[in-house]
Design a protein around this ligand. Sequence first.
Ligand SMILES: [Zn+2]
Length: 490
Amino acid sequence: MRFVTAAVLAGVMCAASATAAATYVRAGRLVDVVAGTVLADQLITIDKGRIVSIAPYSTAPTDGAVTDWSRYMVLPGLIDMHVHLADYETSNNVAEPLLHSAAETVLVGALNARKTLNAGFTTVHNVGNYRAYIDIALRDAINAGTVAGPRMNTVGAYLTAPGGGGEVTGLAPDVVVPADMRVGVVTDANDMGIKARNLFQHGADSLKFIATGAVLAIGAEPGQLELTEAEMRAGVAEAVRANSYATAHAHGAEGVKAAIRSVVRSVEHASLIDDEGIALAKAKGVWLVMDIYDGDYIEAVGTRDGWPADYLRKNRETTDIQRMQFTKAVRAGVRMAYGTDAGVYPHGDNAKQFAYMVRYGMTPMAAIQSATVNAAAAPSVGGIWPRQSLSKVVLPTPKPPATTIFTGIGPAAAFRSSRRCMRGNKGSRGGDRPPRLRSGGRGRCYCTWMYSGTGHRRKIASRVVGGLSFFAFVNCFQPVNWTGSRLMSR
Ligand SMILES: [Zn+2]
């Protein structure tokens, strides 16, 4: 019911009485991510591809098909606020982006988008790519239905200092980097205004600053400030003019604070955030998007594959402290949104971070909320995403309804996606068949099953109900017992 109430407030509710037959889903349990509770035996009513009501189940409706998910738990689609779909994944070659044309890269982006969607992440904040604008092309293709993928909020290019964390670095000094990889390079505040305006003119939804050095870049340190507060303020001014906002990559404590003072909406990484920064983020209502999973991946795979020693050193210098500061920020009550930096690690593994967030201090429900209701709120402007008209947010044609299920998982269970299980389930199709339980790698794997009453499973589109996105997706999760989960000792 809360979802419906929220929908009314957002002004996006569909007419409750349908001319076409409604579709129903009976949910054995439903995670109400707004209230942070789990409801038992609910009836979800879907009309023209959108959820119009959720109410306790009483008797079976007779005016439409009822999908029986009474044995399952239903959850909104997940949101990852920090991904890089439109690039090749990080490798041991610092020149990797130069090995691929823009066309090749965006095609890989399409594959990454599908992997992300199939992993249950139905909305993403795509916070940058080396080749400018190709994220926008990918977003538009997804919106047009020609490519399967999550709903994307794009930034067009990194706004970065010359040689900064948003540039391809580590090359010989006489190598000329293509112009489309330097579209967001800014030299001063005035230049920032010009470049930011250009990105919005070409379809970016929001802005991404590289405020400090990056871990996975040569020649800069995460603690170093790369953009000045004045430069970021100039970018934020352009974002405000475009009815949008900016987010800042910032590892170092000074960079985090400079970004917050320049009025960004969110800070990415925040690895070395200090107590003052935590207090400032809380006071200003700035969201922290802390990618506390990928340090382990970089250490394991980077060491195995011979990633640059600089990458590995900086990763070791930021991983543990970021997790410690994450715990502090959670305890301080800072607004936290789920973001993983997918692309550093393989796309589709986005859910692995849930377990880390719980291990480092969040309740399981808070972790779910960080990837649903909170992630939906973080970038919104007046209840809708920036630069998108209501008609764009609410798709006009009926689409597969907006429900995600998985089995055997309570909110007290962890999320651990199982690629093996997903492959095992590859041949399954939507429809009214119940999911088959398959044996996964470690213990029993429960495959989710998506509802596709009106279309092929790849024709998946977002629904926004009161700032919550509901989606269908296919995914597998393994239940994990939280007992014994280590909380940070301090
Ligand atoms: Zn990133």
